[in-house]
Ligand binder design. Sequence first.
Ligand SMILES: NC(=O)c1ccc[n+]([C@@H]2O[C@H](COP(=O)([O-])OP(=O)(O)OC[C@H]3O[C@@H](n4cnc5c(N)ncnc54)[C@H](OP(=O)(O)O)[C@@H]3O)[C@@H](O)[C@H]2O)c1
Length: 261
Amino acid sequence: MTQYSPKVALVTGTGRGIGEAVALELARRGLKVALVARSQSELDRVAAQIRETGGTSMSLPFNLAEVEAIDELVGRVEKELGPVDVLINNAAIAGPFGAGWEVDPEEWTRAIEVNLVAPFRLTRAVLPPMRENNWGRVINISSGAATFPMARAGAYSTTKAALDMISRQFGVELEGTGISVISLYPGIVDTAMQTEIRTQPVEKIGSEMSERFKGYHSSGSLSTAEPVARIIAALSGEAGQEFAGKVINISDPAVQALLNE
Ligand SMILES: NC(=O)c1ccc[n+]([C@@H]2O[C@H](COP(=O)([O-])OP(=O)(O)OC[C@H]3O[C@@H](n4cnc5c(N)ncnc54)[C@H](OP(=O)(O)O)[C@@H]3O)[C@@H](O)[C@H]2O)c1
């Protein structure tokens, strides 16, 4: 049987960090990539890199908190690039920081929209053509924070735990369809999000979290985004079938083996 060859990817949070590296890697592998983030200048920088290497991208400056506009966003991608074969739900915000009784409830709700409702709505929007093709990949970039209450960043761990359940839920509902929805814990990666957390005032995030994140940096434990991107790109191809509906950690040996793909 001939293998399906994905042509179009939509990657959120592509202005910097893990999302930027994923967009560049997928473009290098020949996919047309739709780039989504709020910052136009950061999208322009990534689009220029893709263009320089002969790839194709489409920039969509967009705030994922505007969840009602997500169907239209996907419609624009389908019109310009074609149906989405690969969706990488990567964009997320780490805040608001503070105990549950201290944070602004509206900021908390915004985090739920960006980190959880937007990935769900994007997944729903890309599924119809994937179901027609009997092929699709949705990779939800989750976090180890899904597995424990991240004190003073409760919206973040709440959304990541729920995102994992969404991956598992779609895994059950899409069994046997050729569509894989996967949650990946990317490890600790040297990005703006890490900098944002470790530079928060101790009063906001508490001494345990502050010390832990400063320690990741000072001990040289942070990885670069490129190997994470190579694993995500491999999961976006045939290898993703094996992990359908699963919650996986980048440190798992079976996941590390994807670096050879
Ligand atoms: N870095 C780590 O150590 C680590 C660990 C575990 C999990 N993760 C997960 O990995 C993913 C990527 O993280 P990262 O470290 O690469 O983060 P990052 O450097 O902060 O980048 C986040 C990206 O998301 C975009 N974004 C944020 N809010 C948005 C919104 N409302 N609408 C549209 N785009 C938005 C940002 O662009 P704009 O601000 O311009 O919108 C940016 O391009 C996240 O899901 C994160 O939870 C990271």
